[in-house]
Each structure stands twice: as structure tokens, then as C-alpha cells.
Ligand binder design. Structure first.
Ligand SMILES: NC(=O)c1ccc[n+]([C@@H]2O[C@H](COP(=O)([O-])OP(=O)(O)OC[C@H]3O[C@@H](n4cnc5c(N)ncnc54)[C@H](OP(=O)(O)O)[C@@H]3O)[C@@H](O)[C@H]2O)c1
Length: 263
């Protein structure tokens, strides 16, 4: 394992608990620790758990030998970054790993050739992860789209909650209460979506065809001097979900579409 950051600190104990032998290589090894090149030489599978932008330069500096597999755990980086490795694979856990976070039930995107895929899938199962087959090879554009989807599903939701928090404060409500009060709504919507699908779970004025309430929402933002871009863009996406669910008649959809048109 080359680089002992947040991801490695989650993977290494899990690998060891699954019976794998792991050597950690670090840039500035302390007492009893290994340098990156020494750790790489000791291993059959060399995991580059360094920042995405450092994968290519780190891979280029390692002393590869025939038969080794180079791996990275980046969602956004094509395998070409592992350049001189004799063989390359990707193993991307779809989870934000910081602190003492478990891996059980987390999907892991695996990009690998036919020779390495079965062993990587077996490792994923041994760690309690759910293997997700990525195309092999996966183009840079496909990687970017896949990673953007993952980012939208995690930090994108946080950005929506940040906007909700701002609106909450403009209503004169205590900022400290915003997240505890709003987050259960997010959880509830997510639980319903996992049960009934996104279209089946969408609720609120757009889903109900209530143009009057939507109009008041937009006015509230404008009065508070806030940008309406995000609300409009999310409203247009909710409109598509509501139409998919058959919730709106033609007149309701047209009225909402007019209100939600980009300024
Ligand atoms: N954290 C997550 O939630 C998560 C989830 C999925 C995938 N990933 C992927 O996992 C990989 C590592 O992410 P991370 O979150 O663990 O990063 P991180 O916490 O920043 O740790 C990266 C480690 O790489 C080493 N490093 C730092 N700068 C370096 C440099 N300039 N050159 C060489 N090595 C350097 C350091 O280890 P030493 O001090 O030991 O040298 C550092 O602790 C990335 O590809 C990331 O996309 C992360």
C-alpha cells in the first residue's frame, strides 16, 4: 500500500482482517516503516493510495517487476496513470472514508482485465464490499462521468442542504437547528426512493403541480437577495420525475415549466 492516508487507513486493517499480508510504503518512513520503493518491491499487488494527482508520478518512480499488478482507488483517474505497471486495475470504494468508517455493504467499482477481475471480486467479497463491474478499459470521459455521479450523490446533496440552510436562516429561524431539522427530510426521501424509485418518491409543490407555492418559493429567494439558479435547476429535474410518475396533467406541467424556465 503506497501512501497511508484516509483510504489506506480504512483498507489496511480490513485487508489484514481478511488474512492478506500488507506492507505500507510511506514518503517519510518512521521507525519500523517502509519507504515506498521497498514496500512496492515486497508486493505482488501494489496499491497506489496517494492523492489522484500524484498517481502518475508515484507510479513512474516505483521499481516495477514482471508479474506485479498496479492498482489505484481513484474514481476519476484512468488506469493509464499507472503507466509502467506490468498490469493495472482500479478498485474504487463508493464511500467517503474518513476516520473509523466501516466498509461493509459499500459498492466498489472494479476496472480490471479478465485475468485479474475474479481475484479482485473475491477480495471485495472478503472485505464485505459489493463488487461493481466497471467497463474495461474505461475511457477518461466515462471515468469522469462515473465520478461526477458519485460526487453529486454525496457532496452534491450537501450543497443542496447548504442552500436549504441559508433559506432557513432568511426565515428568521436559528441556523443551529437547520441541519437537525432538515436532515431527517433528506433521509426520509432517500429511504422512500430506495423503496419506490426516485420518481415514486418525489414530493413537494412541483410533484403536486402547485405552481402558486413554487412561485412563492421563488419570490422568497428573490426577496432575500438569493440566486434562484439552483432552485430552478432542481425544480426542472423534479418536474421530469413528476412527469415520469404520471403525477401531472398537461396544463400543470406547462405552468410549472414556464415558471421554472432558466432566466
Ligand atoms: N478518502 C476517501 O474517502 C476515498 C474514497 C474513495 C477513493 N479514494 C481514493 O483513494 C486515494 C487516496 O485518497 P485519500 O483520501 O486516502 O488521500 P489522503 O488522505 O490525502 O492520503 C494520501 C496519502 O498519500 C501520501 N501522499 C500525500 N501527498 C503525496 C505526494 N505528493 N506524493 C506521494 N504521496 C503523497 C500520504 O501518505 P504518506 O504520508 O504515508 O506518504 C497521504 O497520507 C485517492 O486516489 C482517492 O481518490 C479516497
Amino acid at each position: 500500500m503506497i501512501g497511508y492516508g484516509r483510504l489506506a487507513r480504512a483498507l489496511v486493517p480490513a485487508f489484514r482482517a481478511a488474512g492478506e499480508e500488507v506492507v505500507v510504503g510511506r514518503r517519510s518512513p518512521g521507525e519500523g516503516e517502509f519507504a515506498m520503493a521497498d514496500a512496492a518491491q515486497a508486493a505482488d499487488w501494489v496499491w497506489l493510495t496517494v492523492p489522484d494527482d500524484q498517481i502518475a508520478t508515484t507510479a513512474a518512480a516505483l521499481p516495477w517487476r514482471a508479474g506485479q499488478l498496479g492498482l489505484h482507488c481513484s474514481g476519476a483517474t484512468p488506469l493509464a496513470a499507472l503507466g509502467p505497471a506490468p498490469a493495472a486495475a482500479g478498485f474504487h470504494p463508493l464511500k467517503l472514508l474518513a476516520g473509523d468508517v466501516g466498509l461493509a455493504g459499500v459498492h466498489v467499482g472494479i476496472e480490471a482485465d479478465a485475468a485479474h477481475r475474479p481475484a479482485l471480486e473475491a477480495l471485495a467479497h472478503a472485505l464485505g464490499l459489493v463488487p461493481l463491474a466497471l467497463p474495461s478499459p474505461m475511457t477518461a470521459q466515462a471515468r469522469a462521468a462515473y465520478h461526477a455521479a458519485a460526487n453529486l450523490a454525496a457532496s452534491g446533496v450537501l450543497a443542496v442542504l447548504a442552500e436549504a440552510q441559508t433559506l432557513w436562516a432568511t426565515a428568521g429561524l436559528a441556523q443551529a437547528e437547520a441541519l437537525p431539522a432538515l436532515a431527517p427530510l433528506t433521509r426520509g426521501a432517500l429511504d422512500t426512493a430506495l423503496d419506490r424509485g426516485l420518481a415514486g418518491a418525489v414530493s413537494g409543490p412541483v410533484a403536486r403541480g402547485d405552481a402558486g407555492v413554487l412561485s412563492r418559493h421563488l419570490q422568497a429567494l428573490a426577496s432575500a437577495g438569493l440566486d434562484t439558479d439552483l432552485l430552478l435547476a432542481l425544480g426542472r429535474r423534479q418536474l421530469l420525475l413528476a412527469e415520469e410518475a404520471g403525477r401531472l396533467d398537461v396544463m400543470q406541467a406547462a405552468a410549472l415549466r414556464a415558471l421554472l424556465a432558466a432566466p
